[in-house]
Design a protein around this ligand. Structure first.
Ligand code: MOS
Length: 736
């Protein structure tokens, strides 16, 4: 059995369960001081006065950083905003302006966390308030298009929408709403900043080592090599740790100001505003189809909010551009400004929220036409991406529909709403299509073998808890013909070979090819040494004839002629031998549209008297190319479905319309699913061979699991109750 794909345990499992895995706030640093971030309590205006007298009197206080004394940053523009190289606008105490409630406005550093917290509470801050835009309905009256929607245009048009809408025998025109959702990884954002002369070391919980290094260096105006970012373990990210937020730079500034290393950990409430969220989306869907279900037109118009200081758009319409065969189509994206923190990528940004609208509207259309919802999807199946006008690199969606429907028992569904019951509960069955793009960036890795025969492979990538350590170990072990125990993978260090952000489900696709190439380069290096060495049994052999397995290099056809890799290292002087490689995506994405696909089927039980929705059963079937590890892969897809159930039924950040503060900014009142909310989840992965996506043939699986789930739940709720819920989450008040 090949190592790649095998359901091996996480190689970091022992470190995790024994507590020896260190998260960002847990690294021991000498002489460490503790920082607490202070945030605004008004949504708009300016700070008129900060009285620090009482705070300074708290024993142990070392330094209080406000806009009045904070380090002046070099990239200050006339608006007083800092523009780091990646184009973010952060709150770095360069002015007195407040743009949203919970915006960072000061940092208190003290000998202990308790002293810092007490002093933070004793800061007296006065504001001059100005009216704030906190009402999405009002904000929506003035929108502007974003510059881009990821890499695509905000608006697209194909065929003649009006003619297409008119020529359909059935039409729907409905709007869907998704709420603000916050990522809430269990490990909060945390940064330890330590200066050694002009060198800055940052232990930072991040999805992007190199991003931390570059953004912080760029913002402080120091050379990149003067910043080292470290993060061996991440306790969840889901997108909010994909870019550098204010606290990371503030920690570095505070450490400089205090003349001490500082640790700054966000509290849970501070994760509702300053570190991104999925924004509210309003999505109008217009669909028309002929009596047989063939779509004649689709239009998907998205309005989402962004902050007053930056543009960030939830890319809801991208899935609609590629999912179904439809001759006439329009998609638009618009932004409305609000006095809230800048939104950001949140697990399956666009596809998670967009699939709620698209796949709910397909269900509504199916009901309108009296066609089975799955049949409607098949009727509009496309083998080509109609938006990009490219073939798919691979697409196994038909198999996903088949396998998922079969496992779920879809054929036994009575299409009539309110027709199925279990005891006093209404039973509903719903389904939806899932997809997520297969992205890839350039990656690099090194592979080193030492005289003990241990191979260490390194790349500056990240493991968000997803299995990067494990999967990369598998890739290197397989390429070198070694058991996984003889390979160690190292990541989470910006000094290692360059790797991209762990976002967009790209880590395996981008880093694994580099790991494979580095392993191959190491093999070639060892072969080169052996064939040139008279003392080697392989002396004089052609490199092409040398194979590798079980820790040995040997001649093809005559395994007795060979030697162990360790022997080569030892004879070569005993010093470790290293090889490096880069892997580039090339131009495959110009020739193919690359997506993972899936289908999700959900059963809900609704108690009509109470309005409660339970989900006893979910079946998801996915085509994701090569699954790298059957165990961690299965867990990731299942975790995505759980995230989707949270989106469907629980998650919503509620803001106070007077002050713009999240009123449920804690895990007691911001509800995420717990074990008691989850029933049976079956995950099926269909066989899929994709020669185009990357040399491993693996599509990203970090995000597809969440897509489609909210729509499938809403569709099931409709089937159970006859009530169409177009606004997430589907809470009992909407069903009563
Ligand atoms: Mo993910 S939202 O692309 O980190």
């Amino acid at each position: 059995m090949s190592i790649i794909g095998a359901p091996i345990n996480r190689v970091d499992a022992w470190a995790k369960v024994s507590g020896s895995a260190r998260y960002s706030a847990e690294h021991p640093v000498d002489n460490l001081a503790h920082a607490v971030m202070v945030t605004s309590t008004v949504p708009n205006g300016r700070i008129t006065r900060i009285d620090a007298g009482e705070a300074e009197g708290v024993p142990g206080v070392l330094y209080i950083m406000t806009h009045e004394n904070a380090l002046r940053l070099p990239q200050e523009t006339k608006e007083g905003k800092v523009s780091p190289p990646i184009g973010r606008v952060l709150s770095l105490l360069q002015d007195d302006q407040v743009h949203y409630n919970n915006q960072p406005i000061a940092v208190v550093v003290a000998e202990t966390f308790e002293a810092a917290r007490e002093a933070a509470a004793r800061l007296r801050i006065e504001y001059e308030r100005t009216p704030a835009q906190l009402d999405f309905e009002a904000a929506k009256q003035h929108t502007h298009p974003p510059e881009k929607v990821l890499t695509q245009k905000p608006d697209t048009q194909r065929g003649d929408l009006q003619a297409g809408l008119l020529s359909g025998s059935a039409r729907i025109d409905v709007s869907y709403r998704t709420p603000v959702e916050n990522h809430n990884p269990i490990e909060p954002h945390a940064t330890i900043a330590a200066w050694d002369g002009d060198h800055l070391t940052l232990y930072d919980s991040t999805q992007y080592m190199k991003g931390v290094q570059r953004t912080v260096a760029g913002t402080l105006g120091i050379p990149e090599e003067k910043v080292t970012a470290l993060c061996p373990y991440v306790g969840g990210g889901f997108g909010c740790k994909g870019s550098v937020w204010s606290h990371v730079v503030l920690a570095a500034m505070a450490a400089k100001g205090a003349g001490r290393p500082v640790k700054l950990v966000l509290d849970r409430n501070q994760m509702f505003g300053p570190v991104g969220a999925r924004p509210v989306t309003d999505q109008r869907m217009r669909l028309a189809a002929m009596l047989d279900g063939r779509l004649t037109a689709t239009a998907h118009d998205t309005v989402a909010y962004t902050s007053m200081i930056e543009d960030w758009i939830e890319p809801c319409g991208l899935m609609t551009r590629m999912m179904y065969e439809v001759p006439n189509e329009e998609t638009t994206h618009r932004l409305a400004r609000m006095n809230l923190g800048t939104p950001t990528f949140m697990r399956a940004p666009g596809e998670a929220s967009g699939s709620f609208a698209l796949e709910s509207s397909m269900d509504e259309l199916a009901c309108e036409l009296g066609i089975d919802p799955l049949q409607l999807r098949l009727q509009n199946y496309t083998e080509r991406d109609p938006g990009k006008d490219l073939p798919f690199s691979s697409k196994s969606l038909r198999q996903c529909y088949e396998v998922g429907a079969e496992r779920f028992g879809w054929s036994r569904r009575n299409p009539q709403p309110r027709s199925m019951r279990a005891g006093n509960k209404l039973v509903g069955w719903g389904m939806a299509t899932c997809t997520y793009p297969t992205n890839r960036s350039k990656g690099a890795a090194s592979a080193t073998i030492d005289a003990d025969g241990m191979v260490v492979v390194r790349s500056s990538t990240q493991d968000l808890g997803t299995g990067t350590y494990t999967v990369m170990t598998q890739v290197a072990a397989e390429a070198l013909g070694l058991p996984v125990e003889r390979v160690r993978f190292e990541l989470g260090d910006s000094r290692l070979p360059e790797a991209p952000v762990s976002g967009g489900s790209t880590t395996v696709a981008s880093v694994a090819p580099a790991v494979k190439a580095a392993a191959h380069a190491l093999k070639l290096k060892l072969v080169g040494i052996a064939v040139a060495d008279e003392r080697s049994p392989l002396h004089g052999a052609l490199a092409d004839e040398v194979e590798i397995d079980g820790g040995r290099l040997f001649l093809r056809g005559d395994a007795s002629k060979g030697e162990s890799m360790t022997d080569i290292v030892v004879r070569h002087g005993g010093a470790a031998i290293e090889a490096r490689a880069e892997a580039d995506p090339g131009d495959a994405s110009k020739k193919y549209s690359m997506h993972a696909f899936g289908a999700v089927f959900v059963e809900v039980h609704v108690d009509e008297a109470l309005g409660t929705v339970r989900v006893p059963r979910v079946v998801g079937a996915y085509g994701v190319g090569k699954l790298m590890n059957a165990k961690t892969g299965h867990s990731q897809l299942m975790g995505g479905i759980v995230f989707g159930l949270g989106m469907a039924l629980f998650e919503e950040t509620v803001f106070d319309l007077r002050d713009g503060r999240a009123v449920n900014g804690n895990l007691a009142e911001y509800h995420v699913p717990v074990n008691a909310d989850i029933g049976s989840i079956e995950v099926e992965v269909v066989e899929e061979d994709d020669p185009h996506v990357n040399p491993l043939g693996a599509k990203g699986i970090g995000e597809i699991g969440i897509t489609g789930v909210a729509a499938a739940v809403a569709n099931a709720v409709y089937h159970a109750t006859g009530k169409r819920i177009r606004e997430l989450p589907i809470t009992l008040d909407k069903l009563l």
